[in-house]
Every structure is written in structure tokens, then in C-alpha cells.
Design a protein around this ligand. Structure first.
Ligand code: GDP
Ligand code: IMO
Ligand code: MG
Length: 457
């Protein structure tokens, strides 16, 4: 009898997805998840991400290396979907060595197929922002232009950094012909690319990373076969996704689960669980709609001097909401549970992790109340979904809030959900009811262990 061929995929990948506009604490959860994962993968975005991790009391913002690096056993892959910036990467390795994270070089693998960010991508990023009436407020890390070159098939990939220098120079020459014309047109002569000079510099980076460059399909294939746990560290978030998000105020990758699979050399059968990360209040950095945003003394990404804080100033300062990548003060507002419901569908999420429940309690103690957005008024109607035609209507939905009186104090040692203050439990119940998805993890502090896990869910 002919042997029946069946796929023997054992799904064991967990995706750590951002639910709103980034900075929800994905790095913390990814580094925690790495404690029992064999492989940890960054799959999308690039050095626009800033993921805070704490290793033996040292706080570090990682931009490219997965947070799983803190687990000495974990292999960390920078996948084919990542816009790879060798300059920032090499700096990051030094930073990790400085805090004595073991065997960093041995444990990092870089997909040879990942697109490379060159300095001219950063110059182009700045140029596109400067010609816009309404700039996006990008991180200026060259992300959009790098992905655009990749789409146009004039991008360089990590493998190209391993080419002989003259071959790399030829490729850079072709890749930058149009860009150089643009630099001339906009009087940016200092940005015009000298292919030979750039090839020399980037060839050297290639030599420094060559032992880490791999065919990552083989790595994920092995993990799949062994049934190893894989943690995939999302970058950016649902509302920054280039298709789902607030276009054009988005990033240039598909950072929802489906995009992360391609970027991480995975297939849809690999996914075992998706945990969607949010904060107990919301934040956004850069421009674009933010329905629950609160007033704050911020202008042009700078905090202005003030005597009496607005609500937004209080939340920003209590949550230390300053960009891990750009140090820009983040815009802040109340938790929008309506977005969570839409995000759950886009991400295929199984449950939510709410970080900063400790901080929300402090905010409530100061302001006297806490709000949660449970619906919107939009175009004269009450709606329970996030609209996608705001650029037609020129209207940002007005939140409908539920208000809880007071705040709470939670120690970062608390692990028992039942011991949470009643008001905090009420807040979580409202989020669950509106988002239609359970809250399984609750962050009560910045360290990996500062987490309540509801095992019963
Ligand atoms: P990411 O981009 O999603 O990884 O998030 P960021 O690292 O940019 O921002 C999250 C910030 O919140 C970091 O400063 C974390 O240390 C901090 N953080 C994460 N979870 C908690 C929490 O539950 N409580 C407190 N107080 N801080 C947290
Ligand atoms: P993590 O992974 C917050 C925002 C930028 C800008 C828009 C486009 O730390 O959550 P880009 O440089 O990507 O072209 O900028 O996206 N942005 C982020 N905001 N956290 C991030 O990453 C972000 N990555 C990009 O501020 O509004
Ligand atoms: Mg961040």
C-alpha cells in the first residue's frame, strides 16, 4: 500500500503582537517568552522599533536584536522581513556585550534575505518627510525607502554585503541612480552616493557579520520538526500596519501576524498562539488620528514648560512615555477598547496582555478617575468599530467613555489576580467585554517577572 503523505507540522510558535501604535511592552513579553523558547524571531520593521528589556537590572532599548537574547539558551533570528541596519546592529552587539549577556555573537542569526538599510535611505526618509504638508513623523531610520527599494528590486540584501567589494559597488551604483537625481534636484549634494566608498564601508560590515548570516528557512524548518517553541517578537503594531493602519500615518511593513509569518520564515500552520499586547492607557508617537488622546504641553515633539499639567502631561510622566528610539515625548490618552476588538480580528489574537496596570492606578489616584473608550460617535452615529474612512470625512471619532472613580496601588510583587483591587478588576472586565477577548497577562511593573498570569484562561 502506498504510504500516505501527511504534513507533520506541530504548531509551536507564539506571536507577540502590538495592539495599537507601538510601545505596548512587546520587548518585555518577548524576553519573558524566550525563557522556554528555543528560537526567538524579529520578523518585521527595523531599527524604528525600540524594545525595552531589563537584563540583571540593566535597562536596554533593543532595535534589531530580539529581546530573547537575555535567555542564554535562545537562538535569536533577525528574519527576512526586517529592514536590517548593520550600523545600528553592530552597536547593539557592543551594548549587549557591555552588560555581559553571554554568547551574543554565537546566538544571533541574520537572514541573508533581509533587506539592508543604507545611509541614503535615511536621507530619503528625511526628504520625503520634508516635502509633505503633513509629515508622518517617521523615526527617520530609513525604513520606508529601504522597503520601497526592495519592492522596486533595487534593494540590497544581507547576502549582498558578502559580495566582493567591486560587485557590491556595481549594485549600489544601479540602486542609487534615481536617488542621486533626487538629491541633486533638492540641493542635497552632500547626500549623493559614491558607490565605491559606500561599498567599501558596507563590505566591511559584511565581514563583521558573515558568521551570523544564514538561510533561515533551515533554522525554522528544524525548529518545526523538533516541535521547539518559537517566540516571534512583533514590532510596531496593528494601527501602524501599512494596510490595516491609519494610512499614510503608518509604517512600511505588515506588522500584523500574517506579515510577521513571512518576515519570520514561518507558515500559517506554525502559529499556536497570538498574544496581543496593549497598555492600560494608550500612546502614540508621530502623527495621525488618536481618538482618546488627551491634551498635553507638547509642540513639535518637545515638552513645553508648564505650571499646571494637563491630563496628558500627567499620564506621560507617570508612564515615562518617551520614545525608546527617538526619545520623543509620546502622545497619550485613555485606553481604547474598541481598537482592541478590531485588532483581535486582524491579529487572530487568543488573548490580551495589558501592561502598565500599576501606572494606570497611579494616574487614577492623581486624576480622581479612569476612563475607558467603549464606543465612538462618528458622522452623527454611535459606532462600535474603528472607522477606516477618516481621510474622506476629516473626522476623528469622538470616544464614548465608561468612567471609574479613583485609582489603585499595585505592588510589582503581586502575582495573584484575585488580590487585585476591585476597581482594577472592573477595568479589566470592561476591556474584556468590549474587546471580546480574555485578558490573560497583566503587567504590574517593567521587569519580566512583574506579570500576573491567569493560568485558568
Ligand atoms: P515595545 O516597543 O512594545 O517593546 O515597548 P517599549 O519598550 O517601547 O515601551 C514600553 C515601556 O513600558 C518600557 O519602558 C518598559 O520598561 C515599560 N513597561 C512595560 N510593561 C510595564 C508595566 O507593566 N509596568 C510598568 N510600570 N512599566 C512597564
Ligand atoms: P515599536 O516596535 C512606536 C511610528 C513612527 C511614525 C510611523 C512611521 O517600538 O513599538 P517609520 O520610521 O516606521 O517610517 O515611522 O510609525 N513608529 C513607531 N511608533 N513604536 C514603534 O515601534 C514604531 N515604529 C514606527 O513614530 O509615526
Ligand atoms: Mg517601542
Amino acid at each position: 500500500m502506498e504510504k500516505k503523505r501527511v504534513s507533520n507540522f506541530k504548531p509551536n510558535a507564539k506571536y507577540i503582537a502590538g495592539a495599537k501604535w507601538g510601545d505596548e511592552g512587546k520587548g518585555k513579553i518577548a524576553s519573558r517568552e524566550s525563557e522556554d523558547a528555543k528560537l526567538v524571531i524579529r520578523a518585521t520593521g527595523g531599527a524604528n522599533a525600540g524594545h525595552t528589556i531589563i537584563y540583571k537590572d540593566n535597562k536596554l532599548a533593543l532595535h534589531l536584536v530580539p529581546g530573547g537574547i537575555v535567555n542564554p539558551e535562545a537562538i535569536c533570528l533577525i528574519g527576512q522581513g526586517v529592514a536590517f541596519d548593520p550600523i545600528i546592529f553592530l552597536q547593539e552587539i557592543e551594548d549587549l556585550n557591555k552588560i555581559n549577556v553571554p554568547n551574543v555573537r554565537e546566538r544571533i542569526k541574520i537572514s541573508g534575505r533581509a533587506p539592508v538599510v543604507f545611509p541614503y535611505h535615511k536621507d530619503l526618509d528625511g526628504l520625503y518627510e520634508s516635502i509633505k504638508d503633513n509629515p508622518i513623523g517617521t523615526t527617520k531610520r530609513g525604513i520606508g525607502p529601504c522597503y520601497a527599494d526592495h519592492d522596486n528590486r533595487v534593494g540590497m540584501r544581507v547576502y549582498d554585503l558578502l559580495l566582493p567589494e567591486d560587485e557590491l559597488a556595481k549594485k549600489i551604483d544601479v540602486a542609487t541612480r534615481v536617488h542621486n537625481q533626487l538629491f541633486k534636484l533638492y540641493n542635497m549634494e552632500n547626500c549623493i552616493v559614491d558607490p565605491k566608498k559606500l561599498a567599501k564601508e558596507f563590505h566591511e560590515y559584511g565581514q563583521k557579520i558573515k558568521e551570523m548570516v544564514v538561510n533561515a528557512d533551515i533554522l525554522t524548518s528544524k525548529a518545526r520538526k523538533n516541535g521547539d517553541k518559537i517566540a516571534v517578537e512583533g514590532a510596531q503594531a496593528y494601527r501602524l500596519d501599512k494596510n490595516y493602519g491609519d494610512y499614510e500615518n503608518v509604517t512600511s511593513s505588515n506588522c500584523v501576524t500574517a506579515g510577521a509569518l513571512i518576515g519570520g520564515h514561518l507558515n500559517h500552520k506554525d502559529v499556536k498562539e497570538v498574544v496581543m499586547i496593549t497598555k492600560a492607557y494608550d500612546s502614540r508617537v508621530g502623527n495621525g488620528p488618536f481618538p482618546t488622546e488627551l491634551p498635553a504641553h507638547i509642540k513639535n515633539d518637545v515638552v513645553l514648560p508648564y505650571d499646571k499639567p494637563f491630563e496628558g502631561d500627567i499620564i506621560r510622566e507617570e508612564g515615562h512615555e518617551y520614545g525608546a528610539t527617538t526619545k520623543r515625548p509620546r502622545r497619550v490618552g485613555w485606553c481604547d477598547a474598541v481598537i482592541l476588538r478590531s485588532a483581535k480580528d486582524a491579529e487572530g489574537a487568543d488573548y490580551i496582555c495589558i501592561n502598565h496596570l500599576d501606572t494606570l492606578g497611579k494616574i487614577g489616584n492623581i486624576l480622581g478617575n479612569i476612563k475607558i473608550c467603549v464606543g465612538y460617535k462618528y458622522q452623527g452615529k454611535e459606532i462600535d468599530y474603528y472607522p477606516d474612512d477618516m481621510n474622506l470625512t476629516h473626522e476623528v471619532p469622538t470616544p464614548i467613555y465608561k468612567t471609574l472613580k479613583g485609582g489603585w496601588d499595585i505592588s510589582s510583587d503581586l502575582r495573584d489576580y484575585n488580590k487585585l483591587p476591585d476597581l482594577a478588576k472592573e477595568f479589566i472586565k470592561i476591556v474584556e467585554d468590549v474587546a471580546e477577548i480574555p485578558v490573560k497577562y497583566i503587567g504590574v511593573g517593567p521587569k519580566n517577572e512583574d506579570l500576573i498570569v491567569r493560568e485558568e484562561l
